[in-house]
Design a protein around this ligand. Structure first.
Ligand SMILES: C[S@@+](CC[C@H](N)C(=O)[O-])C[C@H]1O[C@@H](n2cnc3c(N)ncnc32)[C@H](O)[C@@H]1O
Length: 213
């Protein structure tokens, strides 16, 4: 699928953004060499954004839906308060195994809790109020994840949502793919929701930033 952000712009932005640490370089390299769909990983630019954003808000509790190989969780965990926790949920066993190994190498390892299973079933079992939620799993589940987690988000808490431009497919006159349709339905859903304010940032594949009023 074509990416909508030009490679030149991306390379330029990367060149003038702070470099990632060795562990993130290892996660990215491992994922590229060993996973059939490495494009799912947030990558250095979005990862640095997630890290700096998390450092700004200094969350006590972060929820991530869709761990994959652990890249974005490692980035966001850097901003946690000293006693803070990041909970991340992954459906697939293979990804859980990979992420677990990488989390064990992180300075924040004691603060990262990895859950294996379907996010829709796991979320209600974690008794926490969240400062920051990152929705980045199956696109057809986005509205359900949003509705399930918004009541658990603190006032002025933030939900970040990945892939809201879905490789540009939401810009097409007739949106065809199942996932692109699901993303469009999600964007419509949030835009009508009086409980929040939101902005779509044209970083990578589109990142929506939602604040709970
Ligand atoms: C786009 S990847 C996440 C990428 C990761 N957040 C990052 O930036 O590196 C989406 C992940 O969500 C997982 N996933 C899909 N459906 C899920 C569900 N119902 N519950 C939990 N995880 C799910 C997939 O197995 C996949 O690893």
């Amino acid at each position: 699928m074509p990416e909508i952000l030009s490679q030149l712009v991306n390379d330029y932005a990367l060149r003038f953004s702070s470099p990632t640490d060795d562990l993130l370089v290892e996660v990215e390299q491992f994922t590229k060499e060993n996973h059939h769909d490495p494009g799912m990983l947030s990558g250095p630019l979005q990862g640095k954004f997630l890290e700096i954003f998390s450092r700004i808000i200094q969350p006590e509790a972060i929820l991530e839906i869709g761990t994959f190989t652990g890249y974005s969780a490692l980035c966001m965990a850097k901003g946690l308060k000293e006693n803070g926790e990041l909970h991340t949920i992954e459906l697939r066993e293979n990804e859980v195994r990979i992420a677990k190994n990488f989390f064990a190498k992180s300075l924040q390892r004691a603060q990262i809790i990895l859950h294996h299973g379907n996010a829709l079933e796991i979320i209600p079992t974690i008794k926490k109020e969240w400062d920051l939620i990152f929705i980045d799993a199956d696109k057809t589940g986005y509205i359900d994840y949003y509705e399930l987690t918004l009541p658990l988000l603190k006032k002025n808490g933030i939900i970040l949502v990945d892939n809201v431009l879905f490789h540009g497919q939401v810009l097409e006159e007739e949106i065809r793919g199942k996932n692109a349709k699901a993303i469009q339905a999600f964007n419509d859903h949030v835009s009508k929701d009086e409980r929040v304010s939101q902005v779509i940032m044209t970083v990578r594949d589109g990142l929506m930033l939602i604040i709970k009023k």
